[in-house]
Design a protein around this ligand. Sequence first.
Ligand code: PHE
Length: 355
Amino acid sequence: MSDLKKIKDEYLSKLNGKLNLLELNKIKSELFGKNGLVSSQFKKIGSIAESERKKFASDLNVIKDELQNLIEFKLDEIQNVEINKKLEKEKIDVTLPERNFVRGKIHPVSQTIDEISSIFSEIGFSIEEGPDVENEYNNFTALNTPDNHPARDMHDTFYLDEKKERLLRTHTSPVQIRTMLNDKPPFKIIAPGRTYRSDSDQTHSPMFHQVEGLHIDNGINMGHLKGCLNYFIKEFFEVKKIKMRFRPSHFPFTEPSAEVDIGYEMKNGKIIIGEGDQWLEILGCGMVHPNVLKNVKVDPTKFQGYAFGIGIDRLAMLKYGINDLRSFFDCDYRWLNHYGFDPLDVPTNYRGLSR
Ligand code: PHE
């Protein structure tokens, strides 16, 4: 019997027996490894007499293919057995009760920020952000707030160092400064965010939220400010008519300055915005002081405009009937479940601004 026939017969019978993966791999290397039986037959081809060489080579190739195919087949077979064994063991129990899952709610403050942002972006305001940790210059000095101003009092401001150079911003107005220092006029921005003052009672919390507005261009006047705020308040409270009044006030960074009240009344224990003869303060505003513009290298003889700062939490309380500001920040899951918003439930005046 020729060598080839011997190899073929021996290994066909081995391969047809019951094998595990280890045994199969051993056979594979005996045949096709570097010095394997089949591999060494190939090396022999050159030394075979020319008359027989062709036949030998072709027989060898046939045997090689046959053995290789059988090895592949066996490998598949062994792997299938393994998979089937695994599948047998890993049964899915469809009768198990489902796992508890909790659907999150959107916090009323986040919801309110979204609503405010979408209303203002519709009338051309872009949204800016600034850091909660500010320097004294942006928070006070650049905003025309001199050293001895009461707003700088330790009771109000959380300073972060002894020199009082770093602090938690007491309002969102420093974003005005950052925006104007970074760019050239015109500016038309709002800046929502967290603000901090050392104060805590039913209507004050040491951390609260404001949204700053700033519009600087040629010839912007107080009429524009009134129009803009009137539009915003109506849109926000979803009412057609609003009672709004400007009360003279003082902010170092605006001149003239005003506080804005909106009219309301109580009906059956519920607050109705836009009717009645009660007044509620919701924001501070005014025409940006020329000194502020000079501080940020904007020429006040060419550019003017208004700024406003709205208390976001206050607006959220009014719109959604929440009467203790501190509950916003208690992290009480039951409270959030009650006052929060379903992320999949799109409110009526939601304009699709992405969160
Ligand atoms: N920054 C002021 C405050 O926190 C509000 C405000 C902003 C007033 C812009 C006028 C203009 O009280």
